[in-house]
Design a protein around this ligand. Structure first.
Ligand code: PLP
Length: 456
């Protein structure tokens, strides 16, 4: 690229998250300069449908005058204040109240952070503190699931169950364990029904807790529908069985709603789609439509009472961020939740979701390169396989997912390939039926072009 182009300056100066630096220096970035609805535009003027809403997050798309106005108004009035001991401000108060009103189960209090990782780290610390406060400090182990994604900070990154986030970082830390991924297509055994598979997942969790000692196991973390691990929707009875095991051993359920929250799965919360009654809920991303960073941890009254008692008996909960509940993102989040109410986000997702889900299945399930189509609401994935009959995956060296996303880019789509060659769909929630059809048409063309390339 020309020396002073965006691409050249990027390569010269910017270290990107999750990026092979040498490959990046060769290929350069796609530089996005503006957005409009479900589309973004690059610095060459090309337009793309954002099929994953950025990072599963830009729920209201890439322009919204009301959110800009909410941020500007708050910046003019009070650009910063904190909420440490004895201090507060209206945006944090309003947002906490709105989240409590909208929670999927009765919740007591909200704690604000800036990212999904911070929210999950905070949940881990709250759980440790809670069990200390109620006199059982040894009950501190955390169980996540293989392929689960909860972020990358030391605790959240430990609960995450993806090798790339553990390898070379000495993660997971001691006391964080992982149980079976509830993905029937890949993990189900020959002859095992989905129901039997769900039972086995719960039995394996039970056995893990018993082997570790239930008095040492504090909490289980789960995304209602796993996102980054492949868009994995568990079998129907999975959570019912898992929750029975957790209840038996008094292990807390932390629902990570960072992707699923605010309509993605066709209900306001993934917990409602999946029948989960969490003790703690973390959310981020669509909380502010991702116009500004903010995340939240919702806790039920049992946890809150433990924390409150603990302040008196063991000292206050020594945890919080400079920007916990920063007024500007909080004001944007308040406006975001109002917009969701006014546009009836859940009704909208329920209306257009069949266009995505039926479209994915009817158009791609029989495609020779597709092993499985899965999803719910406005989240889905198509898993590419080398051999449909045997489910044989492509050799990772072939980088088949990235190859497809490159072809899709030329066809006006920004897509995301997940580990295991799942191609994700998680568009802005404002997407219309017509835009979904356009997206699937472009994907279909891309997939056929990949098939032609592979035949050569
Ligand atoms: N939890 C889930 C389910 C996520 O998908 C993500 C990010 O994609 C996170 C947590 C981490 O959030 P962040 O990247 O804001 O730290």
């Amino acid at each position: 690229p020309p020396r002073n182009s965006n691409a050249a300056r990027d390569i010269a100066n910017l270290l990107h998250p999750y990026t092979d630096a040498r490959a990046h220096a060769q290929n350069g970035p796609l530089v996005i300069t503006r957005g409009e609805g479900v589309r973004v535009f690059d610095d060459q003027g090309n337009s793309y449908i954002e099929t994953v809403a950025g990072l599963w997050c830009a729920s209201l798309g890439f322009d919204n005058a009301r959110l800009v106005e909410a941020a500007t108004k708050q910046m003019k009035q009070l650009p910063f204040y904190h909420a440490f001991t004895g201090r507060s401000h209206e945006p944090a108060i309003d947002l906490a109240e709105m989240l409590i009103e909208r929670a999927p189960v009765p919740m007591s209090k909200v704690f604000f952070c800036n990212s999904g990782s911070e929210a999950n780290d905070t949940a881990v610390k709250m759980i440790w503190y809670f069990n200390n406060a109620i006199g059982r400090p040894e009950k501190k182990k955390i169980i996540g699931r293989l392929k689960g994604y909860h972020g990358i900070t030391i605790a959240a990154g430990s609960v995450t169950g993806l090798p790339v986030n553990h390898k070379l970082f000495d993660l997971p830390i001691a006391g964080v364990l992982h149980t079976t991924t509830p993905h029937y297509y890949r993990e189900g055994r020959p002859g095992e029904t989905e129901e039997q598979f769900a039972t086995r997942c719960a039995t394996e969790l039970d056995e893990l807790i018993i082997a570790e000692g239930p008095e040492t196991v504090a909490a289980f973390f789960a995304e209602p529908v796993m996102g980054a691990g492949g868009v994995l929707v568990p079998p129907a009875t999975y959570y019912e069985k898992i929750q029975a095991v957790l209840k038996k051993h008094d292990v807390l359920f932390v629902a990570d709603e960072v992707i699923c929250g605010f309509g993605r799965t066709g209900e306001y919360w993934g917990c409602q789609s999946m029948g989960i009654q969490p003790d703690i809920l973390t959310c981020a991303k669509a909380l502010s439509a991702s116009f500004l960073p903010i995340s939240a941890v919702l806790i039920n009254d049992r946890i809150f009472q433990g924390l409150a008692d603990g302040s008196a008996s063991i000292g206050s909960f020594g945890h919080g961020f400079t920007y916990s509940g920063h007024p500007v993102p909080a004001a944007v989040a308040v406006e975001t939740l109002k917009i969701y109410d006014e546009m009836e986000i859940v009704a909208h997702v329920k209306k257009v979701a069949p266009v995505l889900q039926d479209g994915l299945r009817s158009r791609f399930a029989n495609h020779p390169l597709v092993g499985e189509v899965r999803g719910i609401g406005l989240i889905g994935a198509v898993e590419l396989v080398a051999d449909k009959a045997t489910k044989k995956a492509f050799d990772p060296a072939q980088k088949i997912g990235p190859r497809l996303t490159k072809i899709a880019e030329a066809n006006g789509l920004i897509m995301r390939a997940l580990p295991g060659d799942g191609i994700a769909f998680s568009p802005p929630l404002i997407i219309t039926a017509e835009e979904i059809v356009d997206m699937l048409d472009r994907f279909s063309k891309s997939l056929d072009e990949l098939a032609v390339q592979l035949r050569r």
